[in-house]
Design a protein around this ligand. Structure first.
Ligand code: AMP
Ligand code: MG
Length: 476
């Protein structure tokens, strides 16, 4: 039923490694929907036995993957899974391939002095954020479960330990290619390319240089589309290093991420992002930069470097063009503008400037505009006078279309509810204190239908986050 997907690339890339056996582990969060989607149908005991490192998955060998990475612009040749074990892959009845990976499952050859463990807080954060993002329509890795290990981990103090069972369509990153390029291992890279191209439905037999360019274009498109989705919902990843950039365009690594709340393209929450490299508005540039690092790695497989550099550069220009088109369309969708007219971009810019000046909440501003068009009773958020003036202009701009038509488009692009940062902290605090959270179940249910304009508790809608002092940390 399970198999070792990355074994053909070689043991230098998929290094056999056993996860810790946490004999006191307990499943504290389980994603039943995902369990069904994968066709596992596990009860909690079965889940516990496989995901606590107690029992191997039948048919698969557990490995940790090697990768390199540009971390905040600096190349680190040997990163790899320092606290994760990929315990097996599976193909569902619907013919989809998934990997199951444990994170926080003990030290590996890639730990570089780290303990290989994960604290409960970041594990819960990953569970909630990945579920919320998937429901928002953002491609993402998902969490099958979170287990408490019963052991402590030591960070700023003693914390309860946890394991996250992460599920992804693939764990191949830009950094995976960088690793094989650094090793000058063209044979292994070709195998990795074949495997990756097959998984995403590209021609993968006897790969030609043309196929390599198509592959690169596929990755650029996937990254570009992901950036537009992050922008649409107000997601700040926080650590967009090349080792955290999946080839298939899924969001991975939820360490220091956060939702934007009060709007500014310069918003940064991550404590280690001091220069704002991965600020909200910088994300598309950085995704394109990361694609550039993939192109460099792929040069290992081409005959004529100069010709290939020209082709890769053109494709990267295509990234910007695709992004710019998507960007204009995104704001039209968020504002229910159903046709194109000169001056639209100015209207958008004016709104974004008002939002920045007044520190308006990103989600609530667009949700309020949507509510006007749905014509529903919706909590009224304090609006500055200049926003009222802007709303009049906007209403004039869209007056030629039916409100119901406008509302339908806006509702699809403006979530009413997002995983707000302060609530996330509250849920994590509850888990630390009581071992569970009263808020979590009902909150998760609401987050799984974020485009429903239901009557949610005010507390879920209004931001308590102090953007000046709120900080996120890598889950180390
Ligand atoms: P991340 O910031 O989660 O993307 O991790 C960057 C690198 O550090 C990866 O190679 C991780 O495997 C490694 N790493 C992060 N935390 C730990 C830890 N607690 N123990 C060992 N390695 C870690
Ligand atoms: Mg990572």
């Amino acid at each position: 039923m399970f198999y070792s997907r990355y074994a053909p690339i070689g043991e230098q890339f998929a290094v056999p490694a056993k996860p810790n056996d946490f004999s006191n582990a307990k499943v504290i969060l389980f994603n039943t929907e995902l369990d069904t989607q994968l066709g596992l149908n596990w009860d909690l005991d079965t889940a516990r036995s496989y995901l606590s490192g107690n029992r191997p998955l039948p048919g698969a060998q557990s490995v940790c993957l090697a990768y390199s990475g540009h971390q905040f612009g600096q190349f680190n040749p040997t990163l790899g899974d320092g606290r994760a074990h990929l315990i097996g892959s599976l193909i569902t009845n619907g013919n989809e391939v998934f990997d199951i990976q444990l994170k926080g499952s003990g030290a590996t050859v890639f730990s570089r002095g780290g303990d290989g463990l994960c604290a409960l807080g970041p594990a819960i954060r990953e569970f909630v954020m990945s579920k919320a993002l998937s429901s928002l329509g953002v491609p993402s890795t998902q969490c099958l479960a979170v287990l408490s290990t019963g052991d402590s981990v030591y960070r700023q103090g003693e914390l309860p330990g946890a394991v996250v069972a992460r599920v992804a369509h693939s764990h191949i990153r830009v950094g995976s290619f960088q690793y094989l390029a650094m090793q000058q291992d063209s044979q292994a890279m070709l195998k990795l390319l074949e495997l990756t191209m097959k998984d995403v439905g590209l021609q993968s037999n006897e790969i030609t240089e043309e196929d390599i360019f198509s592959f690169f274009e596929f990755v650029c498109d996937a990254q570009c589309d992901l950036m537009l989705k992050w922008l649409q919902v107000g997601f700040i990843h926080g650590v967009m290093n090349t080792d955290n950039t999946l080839i298939n365009g899924e969001t991975i690594d939820y360490g220091p991420c956060a939702m934007i709340e009060s709007f500014s393209f310069n918003r940064v929450f991550s404590s280690i992002d001091r220069q704002g490299r991965y600020a909200f508005g910088q994300q598309p540039n950085m995704a394109s930069w990361n694609c550039g690092r993939l192109a460099e790695s792929l040069l290992l497989l081409v005959e004529d470097e100069q010709v290939a550099i020209d082709r890769f550069s053109k494709i990267l220009v295509g990234f910007s063009e695709r992004f710019n088109q998507g960007y204009t369309q995104l704001w039209r969708n968020k504002l229910g503008i159903l046709d194109e007219q000169p001056g639209d971009q100015e209207l958008v810019t004016e709104l974004l400037e008002i939002m920045t000046r007044n520190e308006l909440d990103f989600t609530n501003t667009f949700a309020s505009l949507t509510a006007i068009k749905i014509n529903r009773q919706q909590a009224q958020y304090p609006a500055p006078h200049e926003l009222d003036e802007w709303v009049k202009k906007w209403q004039l701009r869209i007056q030629d279309h039916e409100s119901s038509e406008i509302a339908a488009v806006m509702q699809r692009h403006n979530p009413a509810i997002i995983p707000r940062n302060d609530l996330m902290e509250e849920v994590i605090r509850d888990f630390y204190q009581y071992g569970n959270s009263d808020v979590l179940d009902s909150w998760l249910a609401a987050l799984s239908a974020p485009y429903n304009y239901d009557n949610y508790p005010e507390k879920w809608l209004l931001s308590q986050t102090n953007t000046k002092s709120y900080q996120t940390f890598c889950g180390t």
